[in-house]
Every structure is written in structure tokens, then in C-alpha cells.
Design a protein around this ligand. Structure first.
Ligand SMILES: Nc1nc2c(ncn2[C@@H]2O[C@H](COP(=O)(O)OP(=O)(O)O)[C@@H](O)[C@H]2O)c(=O)[nH]1
Ligand SMILES: [Mg+2]
Length: 214
């Protein structure tokens, strides 16, 4: 996708603040500091529209960014940050759970993992949780620039096995620093958001064509 317009829309504290224009939503989930905001900035070619912060765990809101008037990135507060109090974590859990379970315009969750390290217990729980809701997940292994190229495949395999990646969920190598994986990730996002002819749409077209014998 060629991004020509990207805007911050709202930092929403609850459903009554979520946008009502029914554009497809792509949510980002991942530990605090894993690189969610940086990934959004890279995808939309902006240095600092999604704030990258060195004080993780601060945001308790869903941050909505609208891209090309076609879709939203929804930056979900990071999980697994030890310094967040238990009561705060419960508020987080309830809000996110409700969003993930009930948001009809949510088309895909990007679960962001740090390529350098094996997934944490929180990463594994999050993936299982998303799958329990039958949500399509695209796992994005970021900070690839920090891992020697010769070890990329090995690290990807560890992530794949630890999460028990299933249901055809893609796994994409990424770097916000260098732009690695950007085109591949856009292709997946467009496919799940229904913005291009993905494989399903393409195969439907084929059968139509065959029936029409053109
Ligand atoms: N080298 C490198 N650093 C990254 C990358 N993505 C994020 N970072 C750094 O990781 C830190 C946390 O990033 P941020 O996007 O704020 O994480 P968030 O808390 O998940 O939104 C920042 O210092 C970023 O500059 C990446 O792909 N490569
Ligand atoms: Mg952030």
C-alpha cells in the first residue's frame, strides 16, 4: 500500500469512543517496549506519529491511527509490564478482552514479538488467547536488525514452535529500523482487511471465470 495520508484519530478509553465509520481495524498486540509504535511509524512512513516511548506501560488507551481513509491501526497497550499494578492490569485485561471479543471491524491482530529472544510466557498466553477468540493473527518478529542475518531462520523457528503457530497464521520478519518486511506485512494487512484480492478472493474469481468460460 502506498500511504498518502495517516492521522492520529483518538486515544480511546472505551467503546463509546471507538470510530464509527466501520473501516477495517488492524490491532497491534505485544509486550511494552517490543516496538509496536515504531512498527506503525515505519508502516506509514512517519517518524513519530505513533509515539515511541521509553517509559513503557504508560498507555491504558487504544490509540487509533487512520491510514489513507481505508483502515485503522489500533495500538493496544502493551502487556507483561511488571511495574503496572495488579488493578491496572485487570482494567487492561477487561478493556482489551472486550475489544478483541466484540469489535466486529477488527480484521487482524499483529502480534509483535522480539526476534532476539524466545517468546515470553506472556507472548504465548496472548497468542493462545487470540486463537481462543478465533482471531486471525499475523506474528511479526521485529528488531531483525539486531540479529545477524545468518540466525534469522533459527530465531523464527524458535518463535514458531514456542507459540505453536496455527491456522495458517503468517510469521513475518521485520525491522522498524531498516524497513525489512514492510512490503510483506502490508500485503498481509491488505489481504485480511479485504483491500486487495487475496488468495480466497482470487480463487473465487477463478471459479466464476471457469463457469463463465471466459
Ligand atoms: N534496533 C531496533 N530498535 C527498535 C525497533 N523497533 C523498536 N525499537 C526500539 O525499541 C524501543 C521501544 O519501541 P516502541 O515502538 O516505543 O515500543 P512499544 O512500547 O511496543 O510501542 C524504542 O527505543 C525503539 O527505538 C527495531 O526494529 N529495531
Ligand atoms: Mg508504544
Amino acid at each position: 500500500m502506498k500511504v498518502t495520508k495517516a492521522e492520529f484519530i483518538i486515544s480511546a478509553v472505551g467503546p463509546n469512543q471507538y470510530p464509527e465509520d466501520a473501516l477495517p481495524e488492524i490491532a497491534l498486540a505485544g509486550r511494552s517496549n517490543v516496538g509496536k509504535s515504531s512498527l506503525i511509524n515505519r508502516m506509514i512512513n512517519r517518524k513519530n506519529l505513533a509515539r515511541t516511548s521509553s517509559t513503557p506501560g504508560k498507555t491504558q488507551h487504544l490509540n487509533y491511527y487512520r491510514v489513507n481513509d481505508q483502515l485503522y491501526f489500533v495500538d493496544v497497550p502493551g502487556y507483561g509490564y511488571a511495574k503496572v499494578s495488579k488493578s491496572q492490569r485487570e482494567v487492561w485485561g477487561k478493556m482489551i478482552e472486550k475489544y478483541l471479543q466484540e469489535r466486529e471491524t477488527l480484521k487482524l491482530v499483529l502480534q509483535i514479538i522480539d526476534l532476539r529472544h524466545p517468546p515470553t510466557k506472556d507472548d504465548e498466553l496472548m497468542y493462545d488467547w487470540l486463537k481462543a477468540y478465533e482471531l486471525p493473527v499475523c506474528v511479526v518478529a521485529t528488531k531483525a536488525d539486531k540479529v545477524p542475518k545468518s540466525r534469522w531462520q533459527k530465531h523464527l523457528k524458535i518463535i514458531k514452535e514456542a507459540l505453536v503457530l496455527r491456522g495458517g497464521d503468517p510469521l513475518i520478519l521485520f525491522s522498524s529500523e531498516e524497513g525489512i518486511g514492510k512490503d510483506e506485512l502490508w500485503a498481509q494487512i491488505e489481504r485480511y482487511a479485504g483491500l486487495t484480492e487475496g488468495t480466497e478472493a482470487a480463487s473465487l474469481d477463478t471459479s466464476d471465470t471457469e463457469n463463465g468460460k471466459s
